[in-house]
Design a protein around this ligand. Structure first.
Ligand SMILES: *[C@@H]1O[C@H](CO)[C@@H](O)[C@H](O)[C@H]1NC(C)=O
Ligand SMILES: *[C@@H]1O[C@H](CO)[C@@H](O)[C@H](O)[C@H]1NC(C)=O
Ligand SMILES: *[C@@H]1O[C@H](CO)[C@@H](O)[C@H](O)[C@H]1NC(C)=O
Ligand SMILES: *[C@@H]1O[C@H](CO)[C@@H](O)[C@H](O)[C@H]1NC(C)=O
Ligand SMILES: *[C@@H]1O[C@H](CO)[C@@H](O)[C@H](O)[C@H]1NC(C)=O
Ligand SMILES: *[C@@H]1O[C@H](CO)[C@@H](O)[C@H](O)[C@H]1NC(C)=O
Length: 469
């Protein structure tokens, strides 16, 4: 590469200094050809491909990456960046290149192609480079610019699409899930999240990602698309990384934020509608409830719905039957109320996700409480509304043979329920509950209950308390 090194060149540079002033008066991009035959005074620049979009032109002190072919007037190649594994990555306009190149790159756009004709005094002078460039050689360079940045550059974030509803924006220590396409300035793709079928998931502002992304993701909304342009000193530096990101490369990330949350987030509850009549009893822990729900990801991907089944979902609140966030969000509801719940992953399926749920996903629920009834105290299968009959066993023993078989027991309990004297644990098949109750009472497991065996659970608990005392 054309670094300054030879003493001859240093001399030329000194001699050239006054010319710089002159150069600035010239129109950018136009070189000065001298009358035919006479040696060129200055580098001649032919801009034979100028890209339509040119957000930035090379200035003095910028760093650039470019490819070039160097030829002599007769077309013979003397050097090419393509023959080396790396292309040129260097600061421009400060004498680290031959003067012809320093000047010839000024004002250049990324993806622009130029031909530079460099007279000997702006190249290798009357000495040349032994074995490579003869004395007094005019050099022809075909250059394509791939990258331009400056040490003073900061991260640039451009919002491409911001959703109209943005209640909250990414800030430090949030955990963000996003898709991205990564390209270099010249359009070369180096990576994307889509090929892995997986969002990129990370904490922001904690040093888990390159500093440029830690900064560039700040202030993004859920659903937002933004372009984050990161100079190499905030990305992978002078050495790059892997085989796709060269040293000193500017990186462009087109990001689509799928969701984000903070590990301290609670369930966000929004009531969508409430029945007009006064609702004096709302759902609480221990209640048996029926509800409908639709569940999706924040980007609208539909996951689950109770409408896929014949009946509403049924649970006892607080019994650890559904994800914690849903359990919380279903408490304090009136029957007929509709709510929207936003459930962060630590109250949902966590960082590993679940079937159909990506890891660390924030879930959006729409729920409607269909019915609510008080549950039974823990451990109870049946409760009386009033004090039970004092002659319980006699009442049960319908044929008065001193034993209560399952059939008699079942008819008796069902009669109590039908007459409104007691109720069974909600949410389970009554026959199953009654069968469980029978098993509990049939202490010697001989298939029938005797007067000695029959005991109310409340009395049992009482006895146990006394025993403990
Ligand atoms: C250099 O030459 C190679 C081979 O001919 C060509 O593919 C490449 O586009 C040239 N580069 C420039 C900047 O003209
Ligand atoms: C991503 O999903 C597509 C379609 O479902 C599949 O063809 C592809 O192999 C998957 N890629 C990876 C890396 O899992
Ligand atoms: C880049 O690589 C060189 C050689 O391997 C090493 O000396 C230098 O420390 C590296 N620079 C950075 C910033 O890692
Ligand atoms: C990434 O590129 C693909 C294909 O061009 C496009 O469909 C997708 O929207 C892009 N994603 C982002 C975040 O720009
Ligand atoms: C709720 O309201 C109904 C009708 O107004 C009333 O009968 C019932 O006792 C109330 N329940 C509570 C817990 O206040
Ligand atoms: C779920 O979505 C369906 C239509 O897709 C809608 O009819 C239903 O009301 C929604 N249920 C809830 C609880 O929001």
């Amino acid at each position: 590469m054309f670094l300054v090194g030879s003493s001859s060149h240093t001399l030329h540079r000194l001699r050239i200094l006054p010319l710089l002033l002159l150069l600035q008066t010239l129109e950018r991009g136009l070189g000065r050809a001298s009358p035919a035959g006479a040696p060129l005074e200055d580098v001649v620049i032919e801009r034979y491909h100028i890209p339509r979009a040119c957000p930035r032109e090379v200035q003095m002190g910028d760093f650039v990456r470019y490819h070039y072919n160097g030829t002599f007037e007769d077309g013979k190649k003397f050097d090419s960046s393509y023959d080396r594994s790396t292309l040129v990555a260097i600061v421009v306009g400060v004498g680290r290149l031959i003067t012809g190149m320093d000047r010839g790159l000024m004002g250049m756009c990324v993806n622009e192609r130029r031909r530079l004709i460099v007279p000997p005094h702006l190249g290798y002078g009357s000495i040349g480079v032994a074995g490579l460039i003869p004395p007094d050689a005019t050099l022809y360079f075909d250059v394509v610019l791939l990258d331009v940045w400056n040490k003073a550059d900061t991260v640039q974030s451009t919002i491409l699409l911001r959703p109209p509803y943005c209640p909250r924006m990414v800030q430090n220590s949030d955990f963000v899930r996003y898709h991205y396409n990564g390209t270099l300035l010249d359009g070369t793709a180096f990576d994307n999240s889509y090929s892995r079928n997986h969002t990129y998931n990370t904490y922001v502002g904690q040093g888990y990602i390159i500093p440029g992304m830690d900064q560039g993701l700040q202030g993004a909304c859920i659903g937002e698309r933004r372009r984050i342009t990161v100079p190499p000193h905030l990305a992978y530096g002078e050495n790059g990384t892997g085989d796709k990101i060269p040293g000193s490369a500017v990186l462009i990330f087109d990001v689509h934020v799928i969701d984000f949350h903070n590990p301290s987030d609670p369930v966000e509850i929004k009531t969508l509608s409430r029945p007009p009549e006064n609702c004096n009893e709302t759902s609480k822990i221990g209640d048996f409830i029926r509800y409908h729900y639709n569940c999706s990801l924040l980007d609208g991907t539909r996951l689950f719905s109770s409408h896929d089944y014949e009946a509403p979902q049924e649970i006892t609140l607080g019994a650890n039957k559904v994800i914690e966030g849903l359990d919380r969000g279903l408490q304090g509801m009136c029957v007929g109320e509709r709510r929207q719940l936003i459930v962060p992953p630590h109250l949902a399926h966590g960082e590993n996700g679940a079937r159909g749920v990506p890891g660390s996903a924030v879930l959006l629920f729409e729920v409607e409480l269909v019915s609510r009834e008080d549950g039974l105290p823990t451990g109870y299968l049946f409760v009386w509304y009033q004090d039970p009959s004092t002659s319980l066993f006699e009442d049960m023993d319908l044929n008065k043979d001193g034993e209560v078989p399952p059939e008699e027991f079942s008819s008796f309990i069902k009669a109590q329920v039908n007459e409104g004297k007691g109720r069974l644990m909600p949410g389970q098949d009554p026959d199953k509950t009654i069968s469980d109750m029978f098993q509990n009472q049939d202490r010697n497991q001989d298939g029938k209950i005797t007067a000695e065996e029959l005991k109310l659970k409340s009395d049992e608990d009482q006895e146990r308390v006394h025993e403990e005392l």
